[in-house]
Design a protein around this ligand. Structure first.
Ligand code: NAD
Ligand code: DAU
Length: 350
């Protein structure tokens, strides 16, 4: 039986992971530490809140005293660190919180694990969830990122994640902490906050609002269904080698404009309106420092841990569109309130 500390478990990937873990490892204990920033939402976890193996704790990974207490109380042997400021555009508007949570928060967790596990870390694992953005930007013909691609982060967000990855690496080499790092490509799926491209486009299209495309729309991302990411993290916890990093990705590169057109045409079939949704596409000012292309080589995950995605993009995007259509109550609450202020700052207008 494992005792997990999942940080950021009320966010998009974290809440999918909490569901995934309780379903697939029902004997394990899951403690979810989340600061409930704008991105954290306990409604994502309504159906597990009474599970006796699950506990929610409201607090920050930067609070060393609280984190230390949780290690003691819950005898934590496995950390899965999702907690982060995760949105590139917000990091451009205000980078400070990204440094605080992503860098100092990860440091605080590493120190708590080191103190609590001491010289007896047998069977313990500290899994740090990171991103492909630490590797920077690819040209059209460059090979995909591997685990040995040098770091070249370009945004405050990716620089803060790269910093945290370096800390994790150092705590292995210096202190022998049994760490693992995963660097994953763009996720999509249920419970994704509608500041990110796919849910933003689905919801704006349903509400007949402009679909903002940065620059020429030809930036490329490698998309992976969030459940496949969760299975990948599980595989790394169970079989990964401490000190190693693992790239997780979908082998599924799409230009932004093509994804938006795909979502539009599917919504035209499912929710036909007065005019085709693609007419809402609006080219807007490019993101500052916008990385052109990301692509992940997930060969190590496949070779060493037997992992590969189960969703095709077709099945994943279909499930995701239906999820947003079926969960209007969830997203309409988010789209009120503070979200409106962010939307106005980022895109102007209402
Ligand atoms: P998210 O923004 O949806 O969720 C982040 C969660 O962390 C929220 O619940 C928030 O309340 C919580 N949080 C923020 N600051 C905290 C703090 N100081 N203490 C405790 N909790 C705090 O993010 P996400 O998209 O689910 O991403 C999760 C992790 O995965 C991040 O580390 C991100 O860098 C990484 N990642 C994301 C993607 C992606 O496509 N979304 C891809 C690769 C890696
Ligand atoms: O690659 C992994 C990363 O994927 C994660 O580390 C980040 O946490 C996650 O937010 C995501 O970063 P991106 O910046 O790639 O995701 P986002 O959904 O913000 O944007 C995807 C692409 O779409 C990107 O090229 C910018 C573009 N875009 C985005 C928005 C929000 C637009 O053209 N218009 C938009 O309104």
């Amino acid at each position: 039986m494992k005792h997990l500390l999942v940080t950021g478990g009320a966010g998009f990937i974290g809440s999918n992971f909490v569901h995934y873990w309780l379903n697939n490892h029902p004997q394990d204990r899951v403690v979810n530490l989340d600061a409930l920033t704008y991105a954290g939402n306990l409604e994502n976890l309504k159906d597990v809140e009474d599970d006796p193996n699950y506990r929610f704790v409201h607090g920050s990974i930067c609070d060393g005293e609280l984190v230390g207490r949780l290690f003691e109380e819950e005898q934590i042997d496995t950390v899965v660190n999702f907690a982060a400021e995760s949105h590139v555009d917000r990091s451009i508007l205000g980078p400070e919180e990204f440094i605080r949570t992503n860098v100092h928060g990860t440091f605080t967790l590493l120190e708590a694990a080191r103190k609590h596990w001491g010289g007896d870390a047998d069977g313990c694992r500290f899994l740090h969830v990171s991103t492909d953005e630490v590797y920077g930007s690819l040209g059209p013909d460059d090979p995909a990122f591997t685990e040995s691609t040098p770091f070249a982060p370009n945004s405050p967000y990716s620089a803060s994640k790269a910093s945290s990855d370096h800390l994790v690496r150092a705590w292995f080499h210096t202190y022998g902490l049994p760490v693992l790092t995963t660097n994953c490509s763009n996720n999509y799926g249920p419970w994704q906050f509608p500041e990110k491209l796919i849910p933003l486009v689905i919801l704006n299209a349903l509400e007949d609002k402009p679909l903002p495309i940065y620059g020429d729309g030809l930036n490329i991302r490698d998309w992976l269904h969030v459940e496949d990411h969760c299975r990948g993290i599980d595989a790394v916890i169970q079989g990964g080698t401490p000190g190693e990093t693992y790239n997780i990705g979908g082998c599924n590169e799409w230009a932004n404009i093509d994804i938006v057109k795909l979502v539009c045409s599917r919504l035209d079939e499912l929710r036909p309106g007065a005019r085709p949704k693609a007419e809402l596409i609006t080219y807007v000012k490019d993101r500052l420092g916008h990385d052109r292309r990301y692509a992940i080589d997930a060969g190590k995950m496949q070779r060493e841990l037997g992992w590969q995605p189960r969703y095709t993009f077709e099945t994943g995007i279909e499930q995701t569109i239906h999820w947003y259509l079926d969960n209007e109550e969830w997203w309409s609450r988010i789209r009120d309130g503070a979200y409106r202020d962010y939307y106005r700052t980022q895109y102007g207008g209402a």
